[in-house]
Ligand binder design. Structure first.
Ligand code: SF4
Length: 341
């Protein structure tokens, strides 16, 4: 999997008032990329494509350089107190990805250059809560690692949180382009997580992301760089022979990580879920998907904004928990399971 290179770049004029905005413009010019101006990162017009599907695919390789105006951070339960807004959108094509609906008509990738303002706001949240620890999640609206080789804004955030007294940072990725992050002064305050799944799920539903082996090689490097390391098993999806599939995952994980020192390994477990609007969008964008979204086989769970989710029924949820927690106890007896949701 090659590192992401945008096919088309849009820049908001205001972004050029910030050093990172200017730096990115120069970088993309030197790379010979087509650069256009956009008045606002919320209203990008003219992404090429003859139909919706082509426009969607092209949007996923379009990068918009903008200024984040809304500095009120969203909450990010259960993994953190706040989502730190560094970027939105992703170059990956995971069929089940919730960004397909949460980003609505803006599937293009946006990166924000007003980092100082974002950090000032994060500092305010930390000050409000101290002496409690404040955790920030950097991958709520994007796969930030997949983009960071171009911007280094995640790296700067890692170092900013590294110097803080009460801050912690976390993010999750399916990309292996981590080399530039290895020498960041993280001070043990950033938890680096990789998303892993059964062979079936990765093969069928995660095109456009790094392979399992690549992710695991990156995880080894990250552990060697003394970052706290974690894995998110998500979405846990009940395909045929799923118990064997997830057993194989944990066997491979433990083999690949043999000999690597990981003092406080964590796992987060998230079952597959979908909403009705998401189901419709997925059917349009990935019409051949094998992703099963049959409401009748699921349990309806009321959600935020009145949009409920379809999760697995209680019995199946119990089965998932017992099975996966059992595998973790067998293969990683010292690891902590942070939550199942
Ligand atoms: Fe969505 Fe993550 Fe896949 Fe990107 S890598 S498409 S953010 S699930």
């Amino acid at each position: 999997m090659k590192p992401f290179t945008p096919q088309l770049v849009y820049i908001e004029p205001r972004a050029l008032e910030y050093p990172l905005g200017r730096e990115l413009k120069e970088k993309f010019e030197n790379m010979g990329l087509e650069i256009r101006e956009t008045t606002s990162h919320n209203q990008v017009r003219g992404i090429p494509g003859e139909n919706e599907l082509q426009k969607y695919r092209n949007a996923k390789s379009t990068l918009v350089v903008g200024v984040r105006k809304t500095l009120k951070f969203d909450t990010s339960k259960p993994s953190a107190e706040y989502a730190i807004p560094l970027a939105t959108g992703c170059m990956g094509h995971c069929h089940y990805c919730y960004l397909q609906t949460t980003l609505g008509s803006k599937p293009y990738i946006r990166t924000y250059v007003n980092l100082e303002e974002i950090f000032d706001q994060a500092q305010k949240y930390m000050d409000e809560r101290k002496p409690e620890i404040t955790r920030f999640e950097a991958a709520c609206t994007s796969d930030i690692v997949g983009l960071d080789h171009l911007t280094h804004s995640l790296k700067k955030t890692i170092e900013f949180i590294g110097q803080s007294e009460y801050g912690r940072l976390r993010f999750v990725t399916k990309f292996h382009h981590v080399d530039h992050l290895l020498d960041a002064n993280h001070n043990g305050k950033t938890r680096f997580r990789f998303s892993v799944n059964s062979r079936y799920v990765i093969k069928n539903f995660e095109p456009g992301t790094s392979s399992f082996e690549e992710r695991l090689q990156a995880a080894r490097k990250v552990a060697d760089a003394k970052y706290p390391l974690g894995f998110i098993v998500a979405p846990i999806y009940l395909h045929e022979d799923w118990k064997d599939g997830y057993l194989e995952l944990f066997k491979r994980l433990s083999e690949e990580l043999k000999g690597v020192e990981i003092p406080d390994l964590t796992f987060e477990l998230i079952q597959h879920r979908f909403t009705k609007p998401a189901k419709n969008v997925i059917a349009k964008r990935y019409p051949k998907t094998k992703l099963e979204m049959n409401e009748e086989k699921r349990k309806y769970k009321w959600g935020r904004y009145g949009i409920g989710k379809y999760v697995y029924p209680d019995e199946a949820q119990k089965d998932i928990q017992t099975t996966i927690r059992g595998y973790i106890e067998t293969y990683f007896p010292n690891a902590k399971v942070e939550y199942f949701t």
